[in-house]
Design a protein around this ligand. Structure first.
Ligand SMILES: Nc1ncnc2c1ncn2[C@@H]1O[C@H](COP(=O)(O)OP(=O)(O)OP(=O)(O)O)[C@@H](O)[C@H]1O
Ligand SMILES: CC(=O)N[C@H]1[C@@H]2OC[C@@H](O2)[C@@H](O)[C@@H]1O[C@H](C)C(=O)O
Length: 395
């Protein structure tokens, strides 16, 4: 038998390690920064055990956000810019990983793999694009080869394409992490992530995976952030100061909740391609609420996020003694959280499960990387049973 080349030999060796050190990277739709989670894994599948060794969010400078916003969730873009950004982001994320490792005093050689989500640029499930003959589609940029070469670490990336190839919408991938790490026999649990978009996983007390539901719900922070950027020159509504200074417009809230997306059957996915300020302007025009103040608008958009979540859970999840565990930046939005607390008796953040609420999505990608290396496809209801991610070698 011929010897394996160096890349394949290293891959083989890493895959066989009983304990692996992996870095999960998430750059979400909020474009606030790169989440970097250094994790240790033993086992795989339902036997996975993990420890979060280090976590940091490295904020993006405004100049970078502006660059990405030129192509983000836009139907028409400068293809030259998109091409440059694909390479730039891969390399930049590699630099940020090296910075984080230096800060933690950890040698890159001690890390077995990086699992990188990349930056979603456009998410186009059929329900959005409605073009006959075209499949569900999604695009994440920040090429894994650049990360691997920059850091010298085996990199696994572009996780969503396999999910689509196997019949999914490419999201939410939280399903796989939540089922492996978040369930507890005897407890009806909801793991709710309020990022740019809000999504949840319902894990039933009896462990019956055919009843597990994982879906996007609607906007999380994306509309609140967009209104703050547009009208207040702020990146987000810190501590809900703006929302609390305004009044919710009942007419606008009802009109927003009337959007057909909410009547569509779950599981379903969405993004800022649908939930954006153009949609809000349109709904304001049709509901005669164009003249409300900008603070009232932020209040109403915050109420929209909370009410869409509450309505979804009340309509779709009929289970007693629900325990709701929240993660994502929205867990720090008091206006949204207050409304959720009024409806659910048992609601806490995922920290009470030992999962840092800010790190949860970065941990998810590290976990998906661990599965890609040494797991087996896990069947959860009718969800695609696949191992996801593409391998990039440092040399
Ligand atoms: N103190 C706070 N008050 C209000 N909102 C906050 C606060 N801290 C964070 N947020 C919200 O959280 C957002 C960041 O959330 P997060 O990092 O979960 O987004 P993301 O990872 O980009 O999302 P996604 O899950 O959609 O990919 C901010 O843009 C802001 O809207
Ligand atoms: C296409 C895409 O990037 N979707 C994100 C986004 O952010 C939240 C929600 O929309 C979720 O569906 C998904 O990310 C998480 C990590 C997921 O796949 O579970």
């Amino acid at each position: 038998m011929l010897p394996l080349n160096q890349n394949l030999q290293n891959l083989f060796d890493i895959a066989q390690k009983p304990a692996k050190i992996g870095i999960g990277l998430m750059s979400g739709t909020s474009l606030d920064g790169l989440d970097i989670a250094l994790c240790k894994f033993t086992g795989n599948g339902l036997q996975t055990r993990f420890a979060l060794l280090q976590f940091i969010t490295i904020p993006y400078p405004n100049s970078f956000k502006k660059e990405v916003q030129q192509v983000f969730a836009r139907k028409t873009v400068d293809l030259g810019k998109l091409t440059l950004l694909n390479a730039y982001i891969g390399n930049y994320h590699g630099e940020l990983v090296l910075q984080a490792l230096a800060k933690w005093d950890i040698e890159p050689e001690t890390v077995d793999f990086i699992a990188s989500h990349g930056q979603t640029i456009y998410h186009a499930p059929q329900r959005l694009h409605k073009q006959p003959g075209y499949p569900n589609a999604t695009l994440q940029i920040g090429d894994g080869d650049h990360l691997a070469v920059k850091t010298g670490i085996l990199t696994i990336s572009d996780f969503r394409q396999k999910h689509i190839a196997a019949g999914g919408e490419g999201a939410p991938l939280a399903l796989y992490g939540d089922v492996l790490l978040g369930g507890k026999p005897g407890e009806n649990r909801i793991l709710l992530n309020i990022g740019g978009i809000a999504n949840l996983t319902y894990l039933p007390a009896d462990g019956d995976t055919s009843k597990v539901l994982c879906t996007d719900i609607g906007p999380g922070n994306t509309l609140i952030d967009a209104a703050c950027r547009e009208f207040f020159n702020k990146t987000y509504d810190e501590d809900s100061n703006i929302a609390n200074s305004g009044t919710v417009s009942k007419a606008l809230l009802a009109a927003l909740l009337d959007h057909p997306f909410f009547a569509e059957q779950a599981p379903k996915t969405t993004g800022p391609e649908l939930f954006n300020l153009t949609l809000v302007e349109h709904v304001q025009a049709t509901s005669g609420t164009e003249d409300i103040s900008k603070a009232d608008l932020v209040s109403t958009l915050s109420a929209f996020t909370a009410t869409a979540i509450i309505d979804f859970i009340k309509t779709n999840i009929n289970a007693p003694e629900l325990k709701v565990f929240v993660s994502g930046g929205g867990a720090r939005n008091p206006f949204v959280m207050e409304r959720l607390k009024q409806q659910f008796d048992d609601i806490k953040d995922t920290g009470s499960l030992g999962i840092d609420p800010d790190a949860k999505e970065a941990i998810l990608f590290a976990l998906l990387g661990n599965e890609a290396l040494s797991g087996e496809p896990v069947a959860i209801g009718s969800n695609p049973a696949v191992l996801m991610g593409k391998f990039s070698f440092p040399v």
